[in-house]
Design a protein around this ligand. Sequence first.
Ligand SMILES: [Zn+2]
Length: 301
Amino acid sequence: MKHLFLTAMILIAPHSARAFDIQQVQPGIWAIEGPAEQRSPENLGNNATFGLIESSDGAVLVDPGGTWAGAEALHDTVRSLTDQPVTHVINTGGQDHRWLGNGYWAAQGATIIASADAVADQTARASMQLTALTMLVGEAAAGTDPVHADTVFEDSYSLTVGDRRIEIAHPAAAHTPGDSYVWLPEERVIFTGDIVYVGRILGVMEFSNSASWLEAFAAIETLDPEHLVPGHGPATTLAQAQADTRDYLVNLRNRMRDHIDGGGDIIGAVEVDQSGFAYLDQFDALARRNAQAVFEQMEWE
Ligand SMILES: [Zn+2]
């Protein structure tokens, strides 16, 4: 056992794909799944799922990594999958792992694309995010500067890279105000960013919008994707995303509506029944906090 362990350590030596689980969803299209854990010096802030689209003339990265060093580690993984240079990087939202690696990719000459709402959210939260990253990732966060997209769109943006047609859309605010999905209509693959969490309970934060999150999810359903790469978790199906993200939100909002209509207060709000979703990772840590956030939003709906 000890020998096996040592071999594994050598295989995952520095600057390798150590923390990533890679899934090919179609030829030349991959999900690059970071660890489902808090940001740390080991994962370099890459605690999310990223995407890679190879084309006949360049490669497109869906989300840049959470730090400069995280982006560099992601680049090593990209190189192990394709010889094409990364020509475009898409930011699917405003969370740190959706944009704080931008500086590295800008230095490589890539075009960086994001929705205007995502850029506004990134700008508003940059200093808070950098403070948190420095605490959690430590010295490995060095060199990480807030660099924003050079190509910014309002609702949607289409591009053709080599032989790939790529459609980016920001349907509505979801986990963050500027969340977007990336859709490949010919391959029927969607990268959802933080609109979809699979296997792990989603987080309703003070900057989230649980009502329009369901609208964003419905926009994804309309496309009827064959392969879905979530913002957190492994590549999966629309049905799994419906179970773990849509149904979770619908249950929480329906129960909260009953609670509020019955005169319930915020103390009782954390007790609304979410037990059907106790199978999700981090349920115990986040379910009650989500309930509190949804109560605060729904009080005013
Ligand atoms: Zn995220």
